[in-house]
Ligand binder design. Structure first.
Ligand code: ZN
Length: 248
């Protein structure tokens, strides 16, 4: 079977040579990032807020929280992202969103497992931020579910794709400020009835593609904690970083 898969893949590579999921240039293996692009990826591997994972322009020492988290402590425990959401990562996220280019998934999962190693170490379950049924029907793919599945495989942690349900189709968060986003997604999520009672005192890693203001993952964390989940940690591929936060 493995041999057949290999033959199938090599034929596929002849017809459709593996492309870099970011630049589209031909690469040696599926999911590989072209060396020219590598230096353009803005990885969040420096000092970050212990709580929300926003990068600090300087290292304030271990365990420091940003002003925003100190003022409005999030409902989740910790959030970490692989990279800054910018032109480069936008291309990755969009190709996942439209489901046409999923060959980068394995690479993204390796990156997420690395940046989230501490969060995944004692995790009981990985779950994606859900899409509402109506949006899933239009788009066919939930990119967060794709990422959650790939990460679960990489980190060897069970995944429950339907742990959370989106109870109403919220208008797009696009163009909304933090306060409006928070109102928009308030009480939009609940734990699926079939998992109620199974998650109490557990540690959940919630996966999303992009963290913008954190309003969505915060609403999800509230729903999970209301169901008795002990720890909710967030892992995303990218996160929006305001210019003031960008490391020099
Ligand atoms: Zn913070």
């Amino acid at each position: 079977m493995k041999g057949l898969q290999r033959i199938g893949r090599s034929w596929l590579d002849v017809i459709l040579p593996p492309q870099c999921p970011i630049s589209g240039e031909v690469v040696g293996e599926r999911g590989q990032i072209h060396p020219d692009v590598w230096s353009d990826v803005h990885f969040l591997d420096g000092a970050v807020c212990e709580s929300c994972g926003v990068p600090f322009p300087y290292d304030p020492g271990e365990g420091a929280w940003c002003t925003s988290c100190l003022t409005y402590p999030p409902a989740y425990d910790q959030a970490r992202a692989v990279m800054v959401y910018d032109d480069v990562s936008r291309g990755m996220v969009l190709s996942l969103k439209h489901g046409d280019r999923t060959d980068g998934l394995c690479t993204y999962a390796v990156w997420m497992a690395r940046v989230g190693a501490d969060l995944l170490r004692n995790a009981d379950v990985i779950a994606p931020v859900p899409l509402h049924r109506s949006r899933l029907w239009i788009r066919r793919f939930n990119q967060s579910a794709l990422l959650a599945g790939a990460l679960a495989k990489e980190a060897a942690v069970p995944v429950v794709q339907d742990l959370l349900l989106r109870t109403r189709a919220t208008p797009s968060q696009h163009g909304k400020n933090w306060k409006d986003r928070r109102t928009n997604v308030a009480r939009a999520f609940r734990v699926n009835g079939r998992w109620q009672g199974h998650v109490s005192r557990s540690r959940v890693v919630l996966v999303d593609d992009v963290m913008t203001t954190g309003a969505t993952v915060n609403a999800c964390a509230k729903a999970l904690k209301a169901a008795g989940v002990a720890h909710v940690n967030i892992l995303t591929l990218a996160r929006v970083v305001r210019p003031a936060h960008l490391p020099i």
